[in-house]
Design a binder for this molecule. Structure first.
Ligand SMILES: [Mg+2]
Length: 272
């Protein structure tokens, strides 16, 4: 028999877990509110790399989710922290203004592709034209190929749900194009399914990550992150379009019929 869950916080994935296609999923607000009412922290961990934490916080609050201090974490913030921990000072980037803001927030100098830099950071850029085979300047590709700079990608997701719910090409696809152009693999991809985001968020709140329940819809990225950090995991069914048959980390995950079932899993009172 399983031990009852004894957790200090719940880490919620966003797309496909709390909302989908711009709509809050049934029971999602009540699930998060019941967690907070019970004195646990609600954290929001997303592989999104194109938007800032503040933008995501504003969206969540508008939808009615309670968002505490240091509650929102993205693959961009975790990538920025990864670079800062390694004393990287200057980076070129492929991605959005949101990624630039997160990099500059940890003191990175964001430079042009022709300038000397310690690393290239690849994030999601919804405007990127995937028919381009050479996404970066040849000179930068040569320097990366000679390992004169690190190649760091925010995450390796092939796809993410677009506004209509249909999958769009993700950061992982852009990373693969850059790797092909440089002739080598990325040095790191700190987003999910790596444990870094959960470890960073747990450390910021002084919590043992093994006492944070990871709730998500991806057997690869969400369950993978939980598994790597030693945290418990509960999954809601993934949208068919994004579901993966490769699910090595789900053996020890709780499977829920929907996010509405979370309070019961945690033994919490329902909150309207
Ligand atoms: Mg998701």
């Amino acid at each position: 028999m399983r031990r009852p869950l004894d957790v200090l916080a719940v880490s919620f994935d966003l797309d496909g877990t709390l909302y989908a296609g711009g709509r809050v999923l049934p029971g999602a607000l009540a699930a998060v509110r019941s967690v907070v009412s019970a004195g646990m922290k609600a954290l929001y961990l997303t592989n999104a790399s194109g938007r800032t934490r503040e933008e995501i916080r504003a969206d969540l609050e508008e939808m009615g989710f309670p968002v505490g201090e240091q509650a929102v974490w993205t693959s961009a913030t975790t990538t920025a922290a990864w670079l800062a921990q390694r004393a990287i000072g200057s980076v070129a980037m492929l991605g959005t203004q949101g990624l630039r803001i997160e990099l500059e927030a940890v003191g990175m100098a964001v430079v042009g592709q022709a300038d000397p830099c310690d690393a290239l950071v690849v994030g999601l850029d919804r405007g990127f034209d995937f028919s381009r085979q050479r996404p970066i300047d040849d000179g930068l590709a040569d320097r990366l190929g000679r390992v004169e700079a690190l190649l760091v990608v925010c995450n390796r997701d092939d796809a993410f749900p677009g506004p209509d719910g249909n999958p769009q090409l993700g950061c992982g696809r852009l990373a693969a194009l850059v790797e092909h152009q440089c002739g080598r693999k990325a040095d790191a991809a700190p987003g999910k399914p790596q444990p870094d985001m959960l470890l960073d968020a747990s450390a910021a709140h002084g919590m043992d990550p093994r006492r944070v329940l990871v709730v998500g819809d991806s057997a690869v990225s969400d369950a993978g992150m939980a598994h790597a950090a030693g945290a418990p995991c509960a999954l809601v069914p993934a949208s068919a379009a994004l579901a993966s048959s490769q699910a090595p980390e789900t053996a020890d995950a709780f499977i829920m019929p929907g996010i509405w079932a979370l309070p019961e899993l945690l033994g919490l009172d329902a909150v309207p």
